[in-house]
Design a binder for this molecule. Structure first.
Ligand code: SAM
Length: 278
């Protein structure tokens, strides 16, 4: 019998420890262990990695990560009510699960983990987006992680992987794709969760690139994308004017028509503008 079979079903764990879902902590739990194992597999080979799991809750995904062979899992959970359920999993996998009762937004993950590190999380969506933005911060590159496998509201997942020409394309796409490969690897209906949320969800897998996809000074790239997408309906000659009064001739010099709009510009073109502004 494998360790996972010695653990009680998640519904029983939730009942035993009184883990009624708290809205304030964005608690929508995954109770189907086939599904959590499938999500864990999206993170890639875990056997030689430390895994940082944020928001384990009662531990459905944690069980999946351990059953898929993670060398070690550090599970960071804000809700102290979940700790006994997680301790039970730690007992079933001696020496492989550490539990930290902490707010992920206050955490310095590198202090607790040994590379290579994969991050896996089913988090409240607002916390997930905030952490993703921090983890993609080019100031801290190369990052502490090899890959991120994160559950998002489907609409946010689409914004991460979007290309030019789509409504979802914006700053999050640029930030994500400049420094990583980002793919939607799974979609989940509301019924996959207990209680079911109102929206569909999707798992995004991001792999860190050793070098940026195209060279550009990071602060300038983010200023350019901020200015361009803050006025996404305007032509570049108007939206970027505040960055450079000579923007029209600069864009023409780069072979980019000043009448184009942010939504139509490729990542490579944004990087070219950022390089020329220095
Ligand atoms: N991973 C579990 C699952 O898939 O069933 C639970 C997912 S539930 C959507 C989100 C979890 O994140 C909850 O257990 C919640 O308590 C936890 N959480 C919310 N905010 C957090 C934070 N800032 N730091 C750490 N955990 C947090």
């Amino acid at each position: 019998m494998s360790a996972i079979d010695t653990l009680p079903p998640l519904r029983a764990v939730i009942a035993e420890h009184g883990l009624s879902a708290k809205k304030s902590l964005g608690q929508n739990f995954l109770l189907d262990l086939n599904l959590t194992a499938k999500i864990a597999r999206q993170a890639g080979d875990l056997t030689r990695c430390d895994v940082l799991e944020i928001g384990p809750g009662p531990g459905g995904l944690t069980r999946g990560l351990l059953a898929e062979g993670a060398r070690r899992v550090l599970a960071v959970e804000k809700d102290a009510r979940c700790l006994p359920a997680l301790a039970q999993i730690a007992d079933a996998y001696p020496g492989r699960l550490d539990i930290l009762n902490a707010d992920a937004l206050q955490l310095n993950p590198t202090a607790h983990l040994t590379p290579p590190i994969r991050v896996v999380a089913n988090l409240p969506y607002n916390v997930g987006t905030e952490l993703l933005t921090r983890w993609l911060d080019p100031v801290h590159w190369p990052p502490f992680w090899t890959s991120l496998t994160l559950m998002f509201q489907k609409e946010v997942a689409q914004r991460i992987v979007a290309g030019p020409g789509s409504k979802a394309y914006g700053r999050l796409a640029i930030l994500s794709q400049w420094r990583s490969d980002a793919r939607i690897v799974m979609e989940l209906p509301p019924e996959a969760f207990t209680p079911p949320p109102k929206i569909r969800s999707a798992v995004v897998h991001l792999t860190a690139l050793p070098e940026p996809r195209f060279p550009a000074p990071a602060p300038t790239l983010f200023r350019v994308t901020a200015a361009a997408f803050n006025q996404r309906r305007k032509m570049l000659r108007a939206s970027l004017k505040g960055l450079d009064p000579q923007i029209v001739s600069r864009l023409e010099g780069l072979g980019i028509a000043p009448t184009r709009r942010a939504e139509e510009l490729s990542l490579e073109e944004f990087c070219a503008i950022a390089r020329s502004l220095g």
